[in-house]
Each structure stands twice: as C-alpha cells, then as structure tokens.
Design a protein around this ligand. Structure first.
Ligand SMILES: Cc1ncc(COP(=O)(O)O)c(C=O)c1O
Length: 473
C-alpha cells in the first residue's frame, strides 16, 4: 500500500488551515483566546498543526520537527508512522468496515477480547468494548451499580477515587474525577462520588515524609475511613490508577495496593484499576496491576491498546461480575455504536503484535532506570523539586524553593506554565505537558520505542528551558 504523506496547507476552500482552525475547530480543553486575533482581544497565536509522525518525532505544518515526549496523549506506544497498523486498518475496512456488538459479534472483537482476557490477571475474562477511557470508566461505575442490584445489595452505588485524579469527561467519569476546576462548570454532577487523598509522597503529611510504607498505609486507610463514613452498604467501587497521572505521576507507595485490596475485600467493594494510561507497556507490563502485584475486579483501558491508530477502549470484568448477566432476561443495558469497532479492534491486534514482537514491555522494564536517572540529573536545577513516576511515565514537579518545597501560587503558576514553559518547551523542540491541575509539573510519556540517546536528548532540552525559566523567576 502506498501512503501519501504530502501536506496541504489550505482547506479545500483555499483557506489557510490555521485560519480555518481558528474559525471553526473547537479544541478540547483549549483556551481559545490564545488563538483569537489580537483585534478581538486574543493573543493571536497560530494553532499548532501537526501533519506527520515518524517514530518518536512529529512534524508541524511549517516543516519543523519535534520530539513527541507525550506519545500524542500517553497513547502512541509503538511510535508514529507504523504502516503495518495502517495496513491492518485498510484490510479490515475492506472486509467488514462496521458492525455493532449489540447482540452480534465480529472476529476482530472476539480475537481482541480473548487476547485481553489472557493478558489480564486473575479471572478478569470478560471484555466490554468502548471507544475510549472515559467510556470505560463510565461503564465500570454502571456495571458496579447493576451488579450489586442484581446480587441483593441495591444500596451499593457510591464510588471512591482520589483527589486530583482524572478519569474522563462523561458525567459519571467526571464525578469520579478529582479535579475541582474540571468539574465546576458542569455541576451538579452524579451524586455519591467521594474523594480520598492521593499518593503524592513528596507532599505527604509532615509526620509521614520519612517513611513511604507508612505513608502508603495511611493513604490506603483513608479509603477504609471513607467507606466507614459513607456506610459499606452504600459503596460499590474504588477507582484508582496504578500510577496517578494528574498531579504529576504519583506511583503507589510500597504496600499500598496490597492494603487497598484487603480493604475492598473486607467491605465487599470493587477495586477498579483505571489503566487508561498505564496499560500496554507504559509501566512495563500489558496491565500495570501486574507491575504492582494486585488483582483488581475491573480494569479500564484504552489509549495504548491501539497506540492511537484507531479509537478503542475496554472495561475488563471478572467472572464474578459477569455471572448474574448469564441468566434469564438480564442484560447490561449499556453500549456504544462504535464500541469495539472492527477497524479499531483489528488495529489493536496488529499493535499488540508489534508490542510483543519488538519486546517493548521488556524494553521499558529494562531501560526505565536509565530514563529516570537522566531526569534525576535535573535535580540540581533550583526549580526542580521532585522527579517521580515509573516505566516510561514521569513527572517533574517545579517549586519555588527546593528546601521548603514551597510551590508557586496560582498567578505565578499561570505565568510560568502557560506564559512561558509550554511554549518554550515546544519551541525548543519538545512536545510534552506542562500541567498545573495539582502542583505545577512537566510530564513525559514518550513512545516505548526510545532508548538511552533519546532520554539524554529529552533531558538536554528540559535542562536548557528550565535553566531559562529559573532566570525569569
Ligand atoms: C486515567 C484516565 N482515565 C480516563 C481517561 C479518559 O480517557 P478518554 O479521553 O479516552 O475518554 C483518561 C484520559 O487521559 C485517563 O488518563
């Protein structure tokens, strides 16, 4: 198959793409004033338009190339430009472009379900497909509610999740999300979504800062406390990421998930491992619960399943949760037209073939310490407070004072992240994330294909931009 990689710079109407984007495209989580013209009070910046990708590099419409330090959006595990995946999509579209999973099935979804069940730990054998992570989270909450209704505990409907965590944007998933600013415009949301502290050890309560294990037990016990407070007969599920993305890559302290599993079992509450980011090699295994040694009741996943070459997500549930749906007239009255789309499922199969054939999980497990060491090398900069994460997934927390760990206030953070860092990093050739949904952090989640020379390249770009940031402060 020959693939045309030529680039157009105008729409079919002859309008420059940047102009048409400004006038017609509604960006996701996008502050549009940045792109509005200065005549109307905007900043007059051009929307960055990315036209091509190859390996870990992307190119914009002006021909400039950048290091994709975020794998698009924590997604492109195998790197850009993999023609095998384009070919898998074309072959599937030619054979059967679309058919739903509503009482019917198609081979691509069946093959993929069997494969995901084999990767998943324990008896997580039942795969419900979605088009992305938020829908998977939404599905998991609905399943938890219906499961308890079907098994004689209809009052169990509430969910517990962690502060600052992001779990998606549908109303249910957004209720589980712990970022007040993302929720406020849409309130009232779904009732019954309770928050507990996250596992950010760098900002652990003072008395726990020298003992990560004790901190992990403390954080896990906040879940037990919330269940007690709400009443175990009202709580259905706990939603946790293996490594929490939002807030800047909080890994679980040693012993944390062991204690959480114990708590969930003792109160009969389901443990949902939201692996939208962490699955498919991001941490080093197909499912990150394996990296941290726990077996959840449900896994939610998406992104890296297809490396983003086509949209797909999944909720993978245990046999126990599926059992009541095997009988009589019962069904899970829930679904999406494009859930488990044949083209996406075929692409996911080809993507998983690549991950296996190229040993990407082993690569991440082997090279992660070298990646971390490169980033740790930035700690001499007076703005770098913490470097944390796991696998190929790291956050660098920026602080005003490394001794006191004093953070930037809202205005300073706005000036630093939006006013300077995001743009400066991109101009320096690094696409990554500068985020202040918790304390200010830079986040990295590159394709899993990179190695030591690229770690050094990332660290070099970060060093020069962060040095400049220090001078500006
Ligand atoms: C942990 C987690 N859950 C859910 C979502 C939502 O996924 P999607 O954007 O595919 O709906 C995300 C997105 O980044 C995520 O990181």
């Amino acid at each position: 198959m020959s693939i045309d990689t030529s680039t157009t710079t105008t729409t079919r109407n002859g309008t420059p793409l940047a102009e048409a984007a400004r006038d017609h495209l509604w960006g996701h989580f996008t502050r549009h004033s940045v792109y509005e013209s200065t005549d109307t009070g905007g900043l007059g910046n051009e929307v960055p338009i990315i036209v091509r990708g190859e390996g870990h590099r992307i190119w914009d419409i002006n021909g400039r190339s950048y290091f994709d330090g975020l794998a698009g959006l924590f997604t492109v595990q195998v790197g850009h430009g993999r023609t095998q995946l384009a070919e898998a999509a074309a072959a599937q579209a030619a054979q059967l472009a679309y058919f739903p999973l509503w009482s019917y099935a198609h081979p691509a979804a069946i093959e993929l379900a069997e494969r995901l069940a084999a990767y998943a730990p324990g008896d997580l054998n039942r795969v419900f497909f979605t088009t992305g992570g938020g829908e998977a989270v939404e599905s998991a909450w609905k399943l938890a509610k219906q499961y308890y209704k079907l098994t004689g505990r209809p009052g169990k409907h509430k969910v517990i999740s962690r502060s600052v965590a992001y779990h998606g944007t549908p109303h249910g998933a957004l209720s589980i999300t712990g970022i007040p600013g993302a929720k406020a415009p849409f309130e009232p949301l779904v009732p019954g979504a309770v928050k507990v502290p996250h596992t950010g050890f760098y900002r652990a309560p003072e008395h726990l800062r020298s003992d990560e294990y004790a901190f992990g037990q403390w954080a896990a016990n906040r879940i037990a406390e919330a269940i007690e407070f709400e009443g175990a007969d009202t709580v259905a599920a706990v939603f946790l990421e293996p490594v929490q993305n939002s807030g800047g890559c909080f890994p679980p302290p040693p012993g944390y998930f062991e204690r959480v599993r114990e708590i969930c079992d003792s109160y009969d509450v389901l443990l949902v491992s939201d692996e939208t980011i962490c699955a498919f090699g991001r941490i080093g295994s197909m499912f990150a619960c394996d990296d941290f040694g726990y077996v959840p009741d449900i896994i939610t996943c998406a992104k890296g399943m297809s490396s983003g070459y086509a949209p797909i997500g999944a909720m993978i549930a245990s046999d126990r949760l599926f059992e009541p749906f095997r009988h009589g007239t019962t069904s899970f009255a829930h679904g999406f037209t494009f859930g488990g789309h044949p083209v996406s499922a075929a692409v996911a199969m080809a993507n998983l073939d690549l991950i296996e054939a190229e040993g990407l999980n082993e690569r991440v497990a082997t090279l992660a310490p070298a990646f971390r060491a490169e980033l740790d090398g930035l700690r001499d900069l007076p703005i770098v407070g913490d470097v944390r994460g796991a696998g190929y997934f790291y956050g660098i927390e920026l602080v005003k004072d490394t001794e006191t760990r004093e953070s930037f206030d809202e205005a300073e953070s706005e000036r630093l992240l939006r006013g300077f860092l995001s743009k400066a990093l991109f101009e320096a050739g690094l696409y990554c994330r500068a985020d202040d949904r918790g304390d200010p952090v830079i986040q990295l989640a590159p394709p899993l294909t990179i190695g030591k020379p690229e770690f050094a390249e990332i660290a070099g770009m970060l060093r020069s931009v962060l040095t400049e940031a220090c001078e500006l402060l």
